[in-house]
Design a protein around this ligand. Sequence first.
Ligand code: WT7
Length: 624
Amino acid sequence: MAIHPFSWQSSKEKQQSYKKASSLSYDRFWHHEAMRLSWKESFHQVHDGTFAGGEWFLGGGLNASFNCLDRHIENGLGQKTAIIFENEDGFVKKYSYQELHRLTCQIAHLLHERGITSGDRVAIYMPMNPQGIASMLACARLGAIHTVIFGGFAKEALIDRIHDAKAKAVITADSTKRKGHTIKLKDVVDKALDDTKCNSVETVLCFDCETLASDSRYIRFVPTDNWAEKVREPHSFDAQHPLFILYTSGTTGKPKGIFHATGGYLVQVASTTQWIFDLKDKDLFWCSADIGWITGHSYICYGPLLLGNSIFIFEGAFNFPSAARLYQLIEQHKISVLYTAPTAVRMLMAAGEEYKGQHDISSLRLLGSVGEPINPEAWSWYKRVLGEDRCDIVDTWWQTETGAIMMSAVPDIDTPKAGSASKAFFAIDAEIISEQGELCKNNETGYLLIKKPWPSLARGIWGDQERFLQSYFDKFPGAYFTGDGAYFDLDKDIHINGRIDDVVNISGHRLGTAEVESALVAHAAIAEAAVVGIHDDVTGQRLVAFVSLMPNVEPSDGLEEQLKEQVKNCIGSFAKPAAIHFRALLPKTRSGKIMRRLLRSIARGEEVKADITTLEDSSALTTT
Ligand code: WT7
């Protein structure tokens, strides 16, 4: 079998290349990294010099699906394992690169036959399975822009996303299974399509559905190997062509449709996968996210497949029926690199290390963390129990908007330490600034900014460039505002404290408190709602809601349940508040702003010492 051209043969060789790469200028570095991809048309300029919406790899043309599949087959890797899939019932199926290519072309052919073409938006509402990944690659093959909607989102969230993207097709499956429960995905799509806001949808492609509505929009997945020319020989698309839209929560009620452009996104995703995970032919990489989130886009689908690596994916919860499942999976499949969220680590820690039992997890060589700050206790436990003190931990900081990893230790180069995402990746210029715009000293917390553009920076918010500029570029002109608080320690290693805005992180799921508030006030009994995130030992943060009721409505347990149901139906189960407090009035400043800091203290059960006449200061860096 052909050896992947980018793998280093030894740590020494990697260190030498690192040294060389570090000495390159900004443009030369990204030019060098772009050579990890196959370009149909060469680019003539690395970057146009603009920050917001700036173009990368100008004049370049490529096809993402070709880069993830065809080129590996042409290089003799057709029989190499692309995906090992297992579901909660223990059903296992392997896909070689050849087989994944075939599945992708089969889906692309059906989409093409239904008139899906370059620039059309396709919503993907699928289980965490190979068909979901192949659906993404099938869209990319045709130049269609995919928007994956996490299977945990409810009908209303699906409607909003389909409507905002004006999706022409939806790809779904009968159901998925999690913790023994069946979740009927297609039923949610059926209900969403009854809404006139989904009138843009002309095709619904369904996997594994026994019964389909007699609606001409619906088609079944029927495999064919008689592919249209456009599918067999995929076109190349301009490097600036949008590859996908992914909705993420902001500080206002409406999620933002973050979109990424093909060339820049793929270059940085391939580059970071290579430098940070350095997957060899014998490696099996398990990124335990879902394709519905950016981590799944960049490090389940595009990163590893661009580099011809082998991935493991699991449909279900790896702590079901018990925490032993995770150790069992690592042993059974000989997983060598695990990339997961601190919440998962804390959950395993809370379950107890006895679940590890006699499982042989010596195949593991590297552990990754992503999505939220990892507390030192969880870090040490991760290193000792899963890493058996043998594996390094890479704590990787990035965002939906950054597209790819921005800060992380690089194995063989840096020595990672608990609680730190080490340092910025090559050519990434991170700074920590005080409210007054001054550089923070070491150990001083401030706003994390990025001062120079990078290739996988999102190109915008779908249909709302103004909001894009406002959200990320207005607060500190000339820099990208991350929304996170952070500090550099005395070694200049970075520590991320988390969000400083009204975005919370629950089990690694990003959620705007305003979204939950909108769901609550949509209930007839509610006059006003305020939602805050407070610390939780396992899930990182949890939501606590404060609501005031309409006249003549009385608080009750039944109403509390109804409100939780309301949030579940509008957003999804994961967004349900852990507690709802009924209040006659919500505490406000004289100018009418809800005093969130005060509510956070109340939610934490603290004695309220704060002067409640003080304005809630947006500049205050929160400690939760
Ligand atoms: C927010 C972005 C990056 C993919 C998953 C989440 C937080 C992310 C870390 C980390 C501390 C982290 C930040 C960031 N975050 N990684 N290693 N340490 N915090 O993507 O949903 O766009 O959320 O997740 O607060 O702003 P996302």
